[in-house]
Design a protein around this ligand. Structure first.
Ligand SMILES: Nc1ncnc2c1ncn2[C@@H]1O[C@H](COP(=O)(O)OP(=O)(O)O)[C@@H](O)[C@H]1O
Ligand SMILES: [Mg+2]
Length: 239
């Protein structure tokens, strides 16, 4: 479970401070798929950075599966991230000089797994993202959707409990976005991975169990698929 208590994040801008996250309180269950929406500048990416331990809060607590992120040193956060967090970005961020297989394997280098175990994991991941025939291909020869599937496989190679995705379908057309989201949903169900996905697109958000709407650094609305007014909410959004 992820608990966020009274979270604040300020950045210095010249002589003044801007409050990007003002007061975020959130609880996200293990295995939950949450979509975060909201206007540009609302602090969505900042929240993911804090959850990944790539930056530290100005105030407040982030507790992921009983690990107190806000109390860790930078080194502890790095180790925590390696073992527990998978990251996916809008622009894939693959290494262009490495093959598909090498990109997926990349996070394993920091780990002490045997090469036999590594091979097994990579073969299985290549298969489940539908890229078995492309293991020796360089990323720039792949379509956007294929590249994002490589990025998802790489994010999952250490079997993280939490997948953080910042606009993962932002560069993809509708059909490719749908394939990508189906894949994420499959992993979410199969491994009970918690997914937190930032998206601009209500169609993508519709794959999540719950949609959080951020506004001015705070959670403005939270609507779960199970709630009665979910369908009405979605219809309003689409209109
Ligand atoms: N490292 C940083 N230094 C200064 N300001 C930042 C930094 N990161 C983000 N910001 C500012 O914080 C605000 C929120 O950014 P961000 O979290 O990227 O919003 P969103 O992802 O919702 O569009 C923006 O005004 C942005 O300029
Ligand atoms: Mg952003």
């Amino acid at each position: 479970m992820i608990q966020i208590n009274n979270l604040k994040k300020e950045f210095k801008q010249g002589k003044s401070n801007i409050q990007v996250l003002k007061n975020v309180d959130l609880e996200i269950q293990e295995g939950e798929f949450v979509a975060i929406m909201g206007p540009s500048g609302a602090g969505k990416s900042t929240l993911l950075q804090l959850l990944a331990g790539l930056d530290v809060p100005t105030e407040g607590e982030i507790i992921i599966n009983n690990n107190y992120l806000h109390e860790m040193s930078e080194r502890e956060r790095t180790i925590f991230r390696r073992r527990n967090i998978g990251l996916v970005f809008q622009n894939y961020q693959l290494l262009p000089n490495l093959t598909v297989e090498e990109n997926i394997a990349f996070p394993l280098h920091a780990d002490g797994k045997s090469s036999k175990d590594k091979m097994y994991v990579i073969t299985e991941l290549l298969e489940s993202v539908g890229l078995s025939d492309f293991e020796n291909t360089k990323p720039n020869l792949l379509s956007g959707g294929q590249q994002q599937r490589v990025a998802i496989a790489r994010a999952l190679v250490n079997n993280p409990s939490v997948l953080l995705a910042d606009e993962p379908t932002g560069n993809l057309d509708r059909n490719t976005a749908e394939d990508t989201l189906n894949l994420m949903t499959k992993f979410n169900h199969q491994y009970n991975q918690t997914i937190i996905m930032v998206t601009h697109d209500i169609f993508s958000a519709g794959f999540a169990d719950r949609i959080l709407l951020f506004k001015d650094g705070e959670v403005d609305q939270s609507i779960s698929r199970k709630e009665e007014n979910y369908a009405k909410y979605m219809a309003n959004f689409m209109a």
